[in-house]
Design a protein. Sequence first.
Length: 563
Amino acid sequence: MKIFYRLLPLLFALLLPLSASAAAPNKAPAARKSTFIIAPFNISGAANLAHLERSIPQMLTSRLYWKDRVEPAAPDAGAGAKPIGDQAEAERLRNRFKADYVLWGTVNVMGETCSLDVRMLGKDGKVWAQARETRPQQVISAVSAISDDINREVFGRAAGGRQASGSGRQGRANQMNPDILVNETTNKEVYLNPQFRYSGSSTQDDSRLRSAPLNYPAIGMEVVDADGDGKNEIFLLEDTHLRAYSFVGGKLTPKGEFTFPANNQSLSVKSLPHGSGNAWLIVNTVDSGGVPNAFVLTWGGGQFTQVMGKIRWYLNVVKLPPLFKPVIIGQRAKPPRLFELGVHEMIREGNTLVGGGQINLPVEANVFSFTWMPADRGEIGGERLVVLTKDENLRVYNSKLNRLAATSEKYSGASVGMEIDPAMPGLQRTEAQIPSVFYIPIRMLAVDFERDGVSKLIVNKPISTAAQIFERYRSFPEGEIHSLFWDGVGLSLQWKTRRIKGTVADFSVADANNDGIPDLVVCVNTHPGALGVSSRRAMVLIYPLDIGLTNPGTTPDKSDIYD
């Protein structure tokens, strides 16, 4: 009996792993990746909706894409196909690309009624079908709802990228939920930063970093590794100085400054990576006569070095198709008007820059007012040009400069302006429309946050009631940074920051504090009131962009939700 009691603990030790193993469910095998093709849609009854033939497949491709789970059969799958009329044609297209699914559909417009018919053929021969009736202007909303149904019913995926069944969480911060736009009050796992969903509070130091106010208002900002040491510097531009800082320990530490001629007015600062390891810092200024006087500086060894000066062009840095590598562009001044017609790529010639080939742009575009968005995954020739118009709306063109869409909302909200001739080319304003000031647009950035081959347009959205009434009122008390995406018809809101108190002067996407995490960096000037312009102070806000799993336990902060 004593031997039995001595052996009893040993028996328990042997039996427990066996019972645990028996109770544990079998590990599910790794899910096989499914592939799909989306054929061009057949559009009938409305000539003004013909562009939906290609736009709807582009939108559906973006909505159905699920990294490593559901992806297009090939980057150009379906691009050269024709609209499909029946299941037999769908089967031939599916076999051609060896895809698991092929999706096709029709849009029929009769007056104010639009019928949308979508079908999806699987490799098992079964056809998933859905038909909806809507209004012509609501076709994209209907397509979005159908894509959610396909994700849920065909691929077992809930909105936002999570499995419809099972407890595994698939929602990552870099896979944004297309259903959640703004003013979200529930716990979702699809945001880059809690500040972007009105959650978290101002006491959460890990969701937003803020510098102490400086003793001057800023005109522009650039965040770049200027000296090639692997760490980014922050450069702030004021009226007559460019100042270098590092962001260490939650503080801006001054490193050096460059002083421009006293009679110059600073306009903007941009950077260009350079083969020598030191980035070029390109600063636009104008002299007292309104003539441009651009400088090219470098930063290294704790000091600025002037590489070029007295460049009589307005300069900018943009990424041009098809390579989307940053290049310097320029536009000549034409006193008393602001610009000559024509924007050129700039070429170094000795100690200055001269104009090279002219860039093909719409007539209303100028050197400061446009950016290119790369083609989405699987698109052929799908680059889109976004131009900030004279009224600060966004206008979208295709690669052939055919106009696609325009926003009703106003963006940029720049506060740095120059007196101009009302008849200057490219702006097309009249005395009744313009207060004779041209405001240098705040930058627009095309960024692929989700790393899925689909770029988003990052822009500033100024907020001011007074600015809606008084055109020359540019001291905006609040602003937001918006992320916009092309939905096949126009630019739609994906996410936005919480309200930023003060006037946004500039922004960037870079690792500002060198912690290995990319940041949304915003330079803002405080707003002490309409009569307190002289008391404005610059601040730098840093929003870490978490590309890992977000915290599902984050409590939404409703204090910053605006009606």
